[in-house]
Design a binder for this molecule. Structure first.
Ligand code: HEC
Length: 116
């Protein structure tokens, strides 16, 4: 738990707990067939650069996460600022996508710019 004060992923953690954890779980574990996991999700690993857009716009339709099919709807979070979305993205990728390097501020901006 040695987060430095300057670590933006600490803000991301707090925002995640408020805006995401009630569905995806504190540990990113998901909930049965309703809410897919984020922790070690092969879907998230393959679509990490789309995470800011998923947070902003939501996602619906059938997706396959670690071999389990989900066909639900996640609403977008237009109430979140660009900075908040960047902080959540940073936290989620660092926490649960160990195969990817931690996103840089430049990455986060490019990923967010890619979605409209
Ligand atoms: C009200 C419940 C709910 C909330 C809150 C929510 N999600 Fe989701 N999320 C879902 C559902 C349901 C799906 C599956 C959508 C589908 O079936 O297409 C999903 C899918 C996803 C996926 C793609 C699948 C995967 O598991 O890799 C990601 C990434 C994701 N959510 C991230 C987030 C983040 C980050 C937040 C917080 C900003 C968030 N979600 C908030 C319900 C929620």
């Amino acid at each position: 738990m040695a987060y430095r004060c300057t670590d933006p992923s600490k803000k991301g953690k707090r925002l995640y707990e408020v805006h995401c954890a009630n569905c995806h779980g504190e540990e990113g574990q998901g909930l049965a067939q309703l809410y897919p996991p984020l922790a070690n999700s092969d879907y998230l690993e393959a679509h990490a650069t789309e995470l800011p857009c998923i947070i902003l716009n939501g996602i619906e339709g059938e997706i396959l996460v670690n071999g389990v099919s989900y066909n639900q709807q996640m609403l977008g979070h237009p109430e979140l600022s660009d900075a908040q979305i960047a902080n959540i993205t940073n936290y989620v990728v660092r926490q649960w996508v160990p195969s990817r390097p931690a996103p840089t501020p430049k990455d986060l901006k490019a990923w967010a710019d890619g979605c409209n």
